[in-house]
Ligand binder design. Structure first.
Ligand SMILES: [Cu+2]
Length: 170
């Protein structure tokens, strides 16, 4: 019975922990271009609208655009006007699927990132800046994953060492 109570408390705390960020963090409520939209020509600006104000600051908020074949496309400095985050966009190139990746700092100080997609119907005259955005790799794995990984590797190493040690009769 005591164990069951402990499990229920744990489940309750876990649910609370999962539910809290959704309430506190900013969430995207609209954009231009809209997610999954098809645009006739290259948009000159990207605009993301959130449900709460976004924190201003140098380098705090980023918007990047990737195109067909993992090409990168140049965006201007990120502007924050209350709950709207925007950046200018240089002319795009080939027609096809483009992806907008953003990372912003919520009103509560936590980072929020996400992606939107749009399709360019008519090719523009622009040229891509880079292949693949470095942005995405650095946001990938939180530090604790590396720590847990290191502990697992260490544990496995110790187990192997003890087994080898145990097999030797001398
Ligand atoms: Cu938060």
């Amino acid at each position: 019975m005591r164990r069951l109570a402990a499990v229920l408390v744990l489940v309750g705390l876990t649910l609370l922990g999962l539910a809290t960020p959704a309430v506190a963090h900013n969430s995207l409520v609209g954009s231009n271009p809209a997610d999954k939209a098809t645009v006739r020509s290259s948009p000159s600006n990207i605009e993301l609208t959130f449900d709460q104000p976004v924190q201003k600051g140098d380098g705090l908020n980023t918007i990047s655009v990737a195109g067909p074949s993992n090409t990168g496309w140049k965006t201007g400095p990120v502007n924050v006007a209350s709950n709207v985050v925007s950046a200018s966009l240089d002319e795009l190139g080939p027609a096809g699927a483009y992806r907008i990746s953003y990372r912003i700092v919520s009103a509560d100080g936590h980072p929020v990132s996400g992606e939107l997609e749009f399709t360019l119907a008519n090719a523009g005259s622009g040229t891509s800046t880079t292949t693949a955005t470095a942005e995405e790799q650095d946001g990938g794995l939180p530090i604790w994953v590396w720590i847990v990984g290191a502990v697992v590797v260490l544990g496995a190493g110790l187990t192997v060492a003890m087994r080898i040690g145990g097999k030797q009769p001398r």
